[in-house]
Design a protein around this ligand. Sequence first.
Ligand SMILES: Cc1ncc(COP(=O)(O)O)c(C=O)c1O
Length: 375
Amino acid sequence: MIVKDTIQQIPFVDLRAQYESIASEIDDAMSSVVQNTAFILGEEVSLFEQEFAEYCQTKFAVGVDSGTSALELALRAFGIGPGDEVITTANTFIATALAISCTGAKPILVDIDPKTYNIDVNKLENAVTAKTRAIIPVHLYGQPADMDPIQEIARQKDLVVIEDACQAHGARYKGRRTGSLGDAAAFSFYPAKNLGAFGDGGMVVTNDEQVAEFVRMFRDVGQREKYHHEIKGYNHRLDTLQAAVLRVKLKYLDEWNAARRQHAEYYNQLFAGSQVLTPFDADYAEHVYHLYVVRVKDRDMLRKKLWDEFGIGTGIHYPIPIHLQDAYRDLGYQRGDFPVTEVYADQILSLPMFAELTRDQIYKVTEEINKLIDK
Ligand SMILES: Cc1ncc(COP(=O)(O)O)c(C=O)c1O
């Protein structure tokens, strides 16, 4: 076995490369917050909220401390809680379901579309019951869910639609930005996201003033005016330092997303004709490739060899579907309930993807995978 230190590693994500490309701007922005010491809900937070709302083509944006909180607070803003059901996809990060559970509502899962890996809109209607209050479509891996049929079902059944856009900053559905497609949307600024902070952060965006006002109060211990607590809120504020970092990065987001799309195209080209199943780019969507996810045989063996022999980092999003997690045994689902999600969980592999990735690195990744797969 080759010792990893002696070979040129290709990380799954390279946060240092991104920082180095804009280091002086970031350092200045952070230093200015440190100098003026407005660490909690300082001016940078409201400026970033305005800029992010404009970017998402929505009227309001409210900064919070994570994507998970953004989902939870958006649900709470619509009064969703105990006794309610909220439908989402079986193939998502656990936080989508946890946010539903945090409100006291019950997550109801739906299998994924075999092509897009997003919620299967043909199976959605069957999941609706008299208790259903909301749908959370997840724009998984950076590709928007097929929102028109989802909205149609929501209209017919009088349901709220909250987009989980935590992986899809800047993606578009039929020309419109994610975040502007439902009644409200949640974004995460976890460091590795397309728009990532230097720690945790999140945002709720909406066109509904009451929703924005509720989230604004709830995130700040239920107050609008200092020490006047109108509701029982909590501390879910976005840090000023994070907002300052995110304001700098937002200016580069479109450029970085364009680079990700180009990388995906190059990967696709180099995998053409191989046994690697590449992502499907739906014609209604502008995918921003938060993750570049392929499907392969013997995934675990391949993943181990890529790392051990070539220092190529990969990920799995996600290895255990929500309904098979111990934490969600109480939902009563069984293996076999969501067959597409279950089969894919054993085959999916996320390859290195970040804006600064080079063509040489992509070439190396595809070359080694194609060789290992053909053996
Ligand atoms: C689809 C999805 N939903 C929710 C979240 C939760 O975001 P956070 O980690 O910021 O709480 C994430 C990100 O990690 C995510 O990928």
